[in-house]
Design a protein around this ligand. Structure first.
Ligand code: ATP
Ligand code: MG
Length: 332
C-alpha cells in the first residue's frame, strides 16, 4: 500500500534539535533514558502520520487476559488520531474497558456494539466522539454485550454481523461526504467466542499485544490456528500484521528473552517500538483518559506514539488482495 509520505515543514528543525541532545552511554541508565525520551519527544510530538490508501481495519486480539489489548487499542487509536488520522474504535468487549478509558458514556441502555451486532442498528446511530481526542470516534460497549455471545448463536449470518455493519458504515460515510476513516481498531474480549470471531471477520489485520512475562507465548499457537481457520472459512484476507511487546521492562533478563523469542518467531510482524511497564499508562483509564492526554510527555505516551507511527509507516504487506469493501472504497 503506497501510503502518502508524511513530510513536515519542520523536519530540518527536528533534525537540528535531535543533534543538540547529548550522547549518554548506558553507564548512567537514568540519564540515558532521559536523553532517549528527549529524542523521541522531538521526533514524535506534533508529527503527522501517513494516511493509508484504504481504511485499515485491525482486530486487537489475544485470548490471554490482561496482556494489554485494551490499553493498546485505546492508546494506539489516540496516537493515530493525534498524528492527524481519522480513527474509529469499536469496543467489542462486554467489560467496556476501552469505552471507560476513552471517557465514553457506556452505562446500561446506551446504544452500543450490542445494538449493532444483535439488533442491526447502524454504527452511525451509536458512534460517539471522544472529546479529549479530535478525530477519534468510538462505538461503546455496555454490559448488554455480555448476553450477545448466546444471542448470536441463533442469528442469521452470525459471524458476519460486525463486518456487514462496518461495510455499511464506510459506505454511509462516503455517501454522506464524511472524511474517509483511516483506521478502525476493534478491542476484543479475552476469549475466542463469537464476538471475537465477528471481529476477525470484520478485520483484515490482527494486532497481537504480547506481555513480556512468563508464559507470554502460551496460547499463541491456539490463537494463530484459530486465525488460520477464520482465514480458511470466513475471511481469506485476515492475517497477523502486527505484534506489539507490552509491559516491557528492559532491566530484566526475562523481558529481553521473551522479546528476543518473539522477534525470532515474528521478525517482520513485531514492531521495533516496545511499550514499557508504566504507572502513567495504568493510571490513565481511571481518569477516563488515554496516556496521550493524561501525561503526553511520559515514556508510555511516547512509546505508544512511536508504535502508532510505525504502524502507519509500514505498508500492510498483504495488500495485493482487496476485500470487497476496500475495492468499493478504492473505486469511489
Ligand atoms: P482483558 O483480557 O481483561 O481484556 P487486556 O488484555 O485488555 O485485558 P489491559 O486491560 O489493557 O489488558 O491491561 C491489563 C492491566 O494492565 C490494566 O490494569 C492496565 O492498566 C495494565 N497495563 C496495561 N499496559 C500496561 C503498561 N504498559 N504498564 C503498566 N500497566 C499496564
Ligand atoms: Mg481488555
Amino acid at each position: 500500500m503506497a501510503g502518502q509520505k508524511a513530510t513536515g515543514p519542520d523536519d530540518a528543525r527536528r533534525a537540528a534539535l535531535l543533534r543538540s541532545v547529548p550522547e549518554v552511554d548506558e553507564s548512567t541508565p537514568l540519564a540515558a533514558q532521559l536523553a532517549e525520551d528527549a529524542r523521541r519527544r522531538i521526533r514524535l510530538q506534533g508529527a503527522r502520520f501517513a494516511k493509508p490508501a484504504t481504511t485499515r481495519i485491525f482486530t486487537i486480539a489475544n485470548q490471554k487476559g490482561g496482556v494489554g489489548k485494551t490499553t493498546t487499542t485505546v492508546n494506539v487509536a489516540a496516537a493515530l488520531a493525534h498524528g492527524g488520522l481519522n480513527v474509529l474504535v469499536i469496543d467489542n468487549d462486554p467489560q467496556g474497558n476501552a469505552s471507560t478509558a476513552l471517557g465514553i458514556d457506556h452505562h446500561a441502555g446506551v446504544a452500543s456494539t450490542y445494538d449493532v451486532i444483535i439488533e442491526g442498528t447502524p454504527i452511525a446511530d451509536v458512534v460517539q466522539e471522544c472529546e479529549a481526542v479530535p478525530g477519534l470516534l468510538v462505538v461503546p460497549a455496555t454490559i448488554d454485550l455480555s448476553g450477545a455471545e448466546i444471542e448470536l448463536v441463533s442469528k442469521v449470518a452470525r459471524e458476519n454481523r460486525l463486518r456487514n455493519a462496518v461495510e455499511a458504515y464506510l459506505s454511509w460515510r462516503a455517501d454522506e461526504g464524511h472524511e474517509r476513516l483511516d483506521y478502525i481498531l476493534i478491542d476484543c474480549p479475552p476469549s475466542l467466542g463469537l464476538l471475537t470471531i465477528n471481529a476477525f471477520v470484520a478485520a483484515r489485520e490482527v494486532m497481537i499485544p504480547i506481555q513480556c512475562e512468563y508464559y507470554a507465548l502460551e496460547g499463541l499457537s491456539q490463537l494463530l490456528s484459530n486465525i488460520e481457520l477464520i482465514r480458511g472459512h470466513l475471511n481469506p484476507d485476515l492475517h497477523v500484521s502486527t505484534i506489539l511487546l507490552t509491559m516491557f521492562d528492559r532491566r530484566t533478563n526475562l523481558a529481553r528473552e521473551v522479546a528476543d523469542e518473539v522477534r525470532e518467531h515474528f521478525p517482520t510482524e513485531t514492531l521495533e517500538a516496545t511499550i514499557p511497564r508504566s504507572v502513567r499508562i495504568s493510571e490513565a483509564p481511571s481518569y477516563g483518559q488515554t496516556v496521550l492526554t493524561y501525561d503526553p510527555g511520559s515514556s508510555g505516551a511516547l512509546a505508544y506514539l512511536e508504535a502508532a507511527q510505525q504502524v502507519a509507516g509500514r505498508a500492510d504487506a498483504n495488500t495485493t488482495t482487496t476485500t470487497p469493501a476496500a475495492a468499493e472504497e478504492e473505486t469511489r
